[in-house]
Structures are given as structure tokens and as C-alpha cells.
Design a protein around this ligand. Sequence first.
Ligand SMILES: Nc1ncnc2c1ncn2[C@@H]1O[C@H](COP(=O)(O)OP(=O)(O)OP(=O)(O)O)[C@@H](O)[C@H]1O
Ligand SMILES: [Mg+2]
Length: 275
Amino acid sequence: MVIKMENTLIEISDMHKIYNPGENEVRALDGVDLTICEREFVAIIGHSGSGKSTLMNMLGCLDVPTTGTYMLHGIDVSDMNDDELSDVRNREIGFIFQGFNLIQNLTAVENVTLPLIYRGVGKKEREQLALNALEKVGLAHRLDHKPAQMSGGQQQRVAIARAIAQAPPIILADEPTGNLDSNSTKEIMQILRELHSEGRTVILITHDNEIAEQADRVIKIRDGKIVSDTKQLTVPKLETVCQEIENQEQENRKPAITTDEETIQENIMEDTDNA
Ligand SMILES: Nc1ncnc2c1ncn2[C@@H]1O[C@H](COP(=O)(O)OP(=O)(O)OP(=O)(O)O)[C@@H](O)[C@H]1O
Ligand SMILES: [Mg+2]
């Protein structure tokens, strides 16, 4: 049996983020220790103001901690300068936000290609990457639509296409379904699950228990501290189990059909003898 070792992707030690140090200081992160392995699907859950977005900003190299260390792929990113952080972001991370953050006067395909222009990807390649990404999220028929001509769920799918166009190994999503109805929420969660099953690390921030339960691991944060960290049991859904039993029973009810030539020949002989 091959035992696959899990590779550590993220290692945060004793991280603090203090806004407005002094009398009115806010300890948005207050001693966070966190390890996330490659290919995990993690939800970070907590009430409003608990420090989720602050933690996401650190994980996404959008900000640096006041104290503490952040190792990403074994490299210390906690005191990198802006240019270095921007390189890490471009290479490693796809971001998805609650408000989609699309540019209103650009079409779906233009929104997806824009970051690729900044990254110096050539015209032909970026058009192909954008097309592939939009196809992947089921929007090949909406390439020339602007955000205002699309539903909320479709706009979030454009934002996901933009995040995954260059296949980053990490997806960071901050309340990606916060502005969506239940059907669009299902679609977006399905896409995130697919991205995870393709081998990406997905980190999802939410305040919604039902959404968090869809991840493999749930980390609870309160007042800037991690208060629980649980791996979910992957119990199959009752309806899936029932459907499988039903399929098996149907299979058992079918008459046994033989394709063995000798047996068929014997049966024919028997029939002829009986006639
Ligand atoms: N730039 C800032 N300056 C000062 N305080 C801040 C700043 N950003 C966040 N805070 C404070 O830090 C704490 C954590 O904020 P954060 O945005 O991380 O919460 P959150 O869990 O994402 O909340 P929500 O669910 O409402 O998005 C809050 O008390 C907030 O007021
Ligand atoms: Mg937030």
C-alpha cells in the first residue's frame, strides 16, 4: 500500500494583527497558530468582526501581520515587501470575494483577461485561458455580457473564472455566496468542490454553518483566536445511500443473462430436443 504524505502548505505561528495600536487598539488576530496542508478543503467560520477577513488578508498575502510568522510552501512571507507579496499572490492564489469585484464596463471575457494582461500573458494565450476558465464555470454562452446583464450567480462565476484562469494552486474565497440566493449558492459550492477535487487547496470564509459543513475541515474563530478546529466525517447523504440501494435491488431483480456461447448453444439444443 502506498501511503501518501500530506505536504504542509501554510504554517502560521503566533500571528497577531493589531489595528490602531495604543488605547483604541483592536486585536483582530490574537495569537493564531494554523497549519493547512496541500489539497485541503477548509472553511473558516466566525461571527461578524471575529477576524475572518483579517486572517484571509494574511493568508492571501494582501497584508502583513503585526507579529508572528507565515510560511507558505516553506518560504517566510511575513516580512516580504509589496512587490514580493504581489509575486506570491500572482503565482499561488486565486481570490473570490463576496461582492464579485468585477469591472462594470468590461465584458465577462474582458474581466477574466484583465489580470492576465498585468501578468504579461500574451494576447492569444490569455484569450484561450479566459475561454477555458469561462467554459469551466458554464458561461461559454455569456462571454460578451457585462456584469449588469448577468445574474448574481453568473457574476460570481465570472469572478471564479478570473480567479482560476491561470490555475493557481490555492483558492481563497471570502463569503463567496454571501450575496447569492440558494440555487446560485449550490452552483458556486459545486464549482468550489470541483476545484478541490482537481487537487487545489480551497479555503472558504463564511459565517454560515451550512456552507462550512460542506468543507472537509472547519476552523472556528472568535475575537481573533482559533477556538476549534474539526475534521468533518464524510458521511454520504441519506438520499445517495437510498438511491444506491434502489439501484442494487433493480440490478438483482434483472434475469440473469448469459453471453457464454456454450451455454447458449446448450439451451438451443435443449429447446430443439423439447420441440
Ligand atoms: N483597517 C482596520 N482598522 C481598524 N480596525 C479594523 C480594520 N479592519 C478590521 N478591523 C477590526 O478588526 C476586527 C476584525 O475584522 P474582520 O474584518 O477581520 O472581521 P470579519 O470576521 O471578517 O467580519 P465580517 O463577517 O463582518 O466580514 C473587527 O473588530 C474590525 O472592526
Ligand atoms: Mg469579513
